[in-house]
Design a protein around this ligand. Sequence first.
Ligand SMILES: C[S@@+](CC[C@H](N)C(=O)[O-])C[C@H]1O[C@@H](n2cnc3c(N)ncnc32)[C@H](O)[C@@H]1O
Length: 293
Amino acid sequence: MINTTHEAVMVDEVLENLVSKQNGKYIDCTFGAGGHSLKILKKLNQDGTLIALEKDKLATLTLSTEFTDDKRFNLINDSFSNLNKLFKDGEIDGILIDLGISSTQLDDPERGFSFQSNGPLDMRIDTSQGQTAAEWLNSATKKEIEDVLWTLGEERASRKIASKICDSREKKPIESTKELSDLIISCVYKRSKKHPATNSFRAIRMFINQEIYELQCALEAASYILCCGGRLAVISFHSMEDRIVKRFFQGKDRIGSNIKFKYFKEKYLKPTKNEMSTNPRSRSAILRVAEKI
Ligand SMILES: C[S@@+](CC[C@H](N)C(=O)[O-])C[C@H]1O[C@@H](n2cnc3c(N)ncnc32)[C@H](O)[C@@H]1O
């Protein structure tokens, strides 16, 4: 296993806009390597509390003493889509959701998230349940694969890639990230510096982990468990996720709640030029913070 550390993005912006009460009760929905959590704990006083959620049990196997020795901190290995089962209505002052996966997960070939190194085609965030990307790709219909690549990846060659996957698996199941990546490369005309498999890998990961559905559940639940004036901060890394967050704050596409939010200061924030140059992964980040009214 490769041990790359994850550098938290837009930390100053999150602290400044999210944490308004030093004795408040906060949730970090996406603990990852704990970068945001640690800074939030530093900003809270002795009466403040932070509960962190993390779906990936492997990410939290060894916690540093900064967390284990801090009585104000509690970690729950669960999905943020279960927020409504874990907390009561109106009890939370602020919630952070930092979407996607961490560099640690991406850079570990065994997790199967990356086309940059070869590994088993897994892509599950929670490796204890659900089907792997390989299991899905070797059993889904051509139309199902095409739809996922098109709707979640906006991949123009979705039809061609889906056909090639189905032809290829007739001869031998697709089992590794390299096999999938090579197959995609042979279908996609390279137009930019972006790796031809970028969109498809992201789409398959989002499908395997039901990321859009989980985000919608979390936003909805957050609207109930936040107190009045409580803040919700979401960092997204691509336009589809950001559109969902933006429309949610506008009161659109709600599943049930009609609780209103208003933006706290700006509609959205981007990383500083300095952060983008020191942490290239932050370049596509967009942070929206809104207050429950
Ligand atoms: C971008 S990383 C967060 C990094 C973190 N903010 C930090 O400072 O290290 C996203 C994390 O969210 C986790 N995750 C993804 N979907 C989740 C979900 N539905 N519920 C809880 N955690 C989730 C991933 O496993 C990953 O560790």
